[in-house]
Write a protein that binds this ligand. Structure first.
Ligand SMILES: [Zn+2]
Length: 198
């Protein structure tokens, strides 16, 4: 019995015509990739910043700054983001949302950069080579937010529920792709159908 390897899984996803880091950026449309290997469940979520945050640029007001910090914390703690059906423990979180301190008067920006690098939620930036990093403004200036979760599960997991739709009303659908030991499939999740089962 050979377990599907992650690299193989990604190839399968590609062959289905999907890629994790969507070339197209469509407001209201997110993507979710779920793969399971043994006890590990890996989820990768891509959301347009316009839906997740309501803006697609560096925060310019205190309100935007607070929104971004709150969302970053929510992703880090997995508060109403993803519910896993099974006995699972969240063991790793990565997301591309920067957290900012509010007190920029003291001119500690350089020190803050250093702190950012050591924040727990920024465990790894390895993915950044593989997708557009929108720190520099581009012509269209769209941004996606990526969140990755790794769960360690004692039981077999039969599905997950995305709990984002209520708080992100402009997010109309998430194209979900899953590969587990039971097979693979595609499904469109929405506020009326937020659960992916396999
Ligand atoms: Zn956009």
């Amino acid at each position: 019995m050979k377990k599907p390897h992650i690299a193989v899984s990604l190839l399968l996803f590609s062959s289905l015509g999907f890629t994790v880091n969507a070339q197209q950026h469509v407001h209201g449309q997110g993507e979710l990739l779920v793969s399971q290997e043994g006890n590990m469940l890996h989820l990768q979520l891509v959301l347009p910043a316009a839906d997740a945050l309501g803006f697609e640029h560096e925060p310019e007001t205190t309100e935007q700054l607070n929104s971004q910090n709150l969302l970053a914390e929510r992703f880090t703690l997995n508060t109403n983001v993803i519910d896993v059906e099974g006995k699972c423990e969240l063991v790793n979180v990565e997301h591309t949302l920067e957290t900012h301190d509010d007190d920029h008067e003291s001119g500690h920006d350089e020190a803050h950069e250093g702190e950012h690098a050591s924040h727990k939620e920024h465990v790894s930036h390895k993915e950044h080579d593989e997708h557009e990093d929108h720190e520099e403004h581009e012509e269209e200036n769209h941004q996606n937010i990526e969140v990755e979760y790794q769960f360690h599960c004692d039981d077999a997991v039969s599905g997950i529920t995305v709990a984002l739709f209520e708080s992100m009303p402009s997010l109309s659908a998430i194209q979900a792709q899953w590969i587990t030991e039971r097979g693979q499939g595609l499904s469109e999740l929405s506020a009326g159908k937020p659960t992916l089962s396999w």
